[in-house]
Design a protein around this ligand. Sequence first.
Ligand SMILES: *[C@@H]1O[C@H](CO)[C@@H](O)[C@H](O)[C@H]1NC(C)=O
Length: 200
Amino acid sequence: MERKDNQSPQGGTAWILVEFLEVAITSVVFLKGVYPLGAFERRRYMNLVVHRARHPQLKDYIHSAVWGLLPFIQKGLVDRVAVIFFNTDNNPVERFMFKLAVNQSYGSKVEEGELEFSLRSFLIKLSVSEPLTRILAHGCRWEITAYFRSLPEASASKDAELWIPTETKQWEQPPLITPIKSMSSEPLCIQLYLEHPKSD
Ligand SMILES: *[C@@H]1O[C@H](CO)[C@@H](O)[C@H](O)[C@H]1NC(C)=O
């Protein structure tokens, strides 16, 4: 995939970020073990071996969910993207939060080498992170949810409708937060942390 040239630093970075999110979210789902191994295949990404969904529905779901966010990420509207896992009672048990920030006033050329170095370290960390390698039950339901910083303008509302928060049940107590990894490489900042209920 290439289409990064002739764009504003934010435009190009948003594109890199979305591609990264697709890989990172696939890794989360792969590592949590909710699908059989055969649902994934190996591929290379930034000189790393990563997993890609092989199962068409799974692949389409992840792909369309993250690429649907591109215009909003470009405008700096997306605050967090979450991968939420549910138990059989449909209560969320783990919420992996990617907190995003693209510096909207950054005007210089993006050092793509530096950015890729940071993103690569981020992905490497996932596969050795304790919260991510703690396997959940096979067939556990999960979903991708985006949290907006502010509501998109009316002109964008057709696409944004897809992203109106769902009726996801909330926890009674504020969740525990376990930081997993963060990176900062201008103009991009990403933090990944796990939110989970206090007692289980
Ligand atoms: C965003 O970029 C501008 C211009 O490069 C810089 O001055 C500013 O400190 C950056 N803001 C953040 C929050 O990093």
